[in-house]
Design a protein around this ligand. Structure first.
Ligand SMILES: Cc1cc2nc3c(=O)[nH]c(=O)nc-3n(C[C@H](O)[C@H](O)[C@H](O)COP(=O)(O)OP(=O)(O)OC[C@H]3O[C@@H](n4cnc5c(N)ncnc54)[C@H](O)[C@@H]3O)c2cc1C
Length: 154
């Protein structure tokens, strides 16, 4: 577990692998649920770059039929809660054969907290049609989810 296996050289991923290893040692059936793909990463720059799952190029290399939907993070009504003139782009990557999100990227201020909503959707394999009924509060940056799903074509 951790950096020595070269899978994802990040503190939280090493700790996740440790929890899975602990579950397996304790006889819990954890291996089937363990994921190598749902790797979250936050680059603490200004603006932040926050991503989870494979990139579009990585997904296509694996033969996954993906469609990308993008929306400017600062153009949702609630963006002003993070300041004026926010730049950055939000993006989701949808596996067209399964209709689930497999990757997401958010750039902008304080996006590290928004990232986990995408991680939950990916780990839970929530169909994009179901996400349409997950209503973000107004005014919040989370409204970008609605714009992304509209861009996707829901
Ligand atoms: C500058 C820097 C910044 C980082 N920032 C982040 C960040 O913001 N977020 C994030 O998620 N990750 C970050 N990382 C990565 C993160 O630190 C690692 O992914 C994480 O520490 C890996 O944990 P680990 O337990 O696998 O290995 P380590 O933390 O490297 O622990 C391995 C331990 O084994 C010990 N050891 C080595 N050889 C032996 C031996 N032969 N016998 C006994 N002990 C031995 C070492 O001394 C060490 O204590 C950063 C890394 C660096 C270098």
């Amino acid at each position: 577990m951790g950096d020595c296996n070269g899978l994802a050289l990040l503190t939280h991923m090493g700790k996740y692998q440790a929890r899975i290893a602990g579950d397996v040692i304790a006889g819990k059936d954890a291996r089937d649920r363990a994921s190598r793909d749902v790797v979250t990463r936050v680059t603490f720059t200004d603006p932040q770059v926050c991503a989870v799952g494979p990139t579009g190029a990585q997904a296509r290399e694996r033969g996954i039929d993906v469609r990308v939907a993008r929306f400017p993070t600062g153009e949702v009504s609630g963006a002003y809660t993070q300041g004026e003139g926010i730049s950055g782009t939000s993006q989701i990557l949808v596996d067209e054969s399964r209709h689930v999100i497999i990757g997401a990227t958010f750039t902008g201020p304080a996006m590290q907290e928004l990232l986990h909503s995408a991680t939950v959707a990916i780990a839970g394999r929530v169909p994009v049609e179901t996400l349409w009924h997950a209503v973000p509060s107004f005014p919040t940056v989370s409204e970008v989810w609605l714009r992304l799903l509209e861009e996707y074509g829901l």
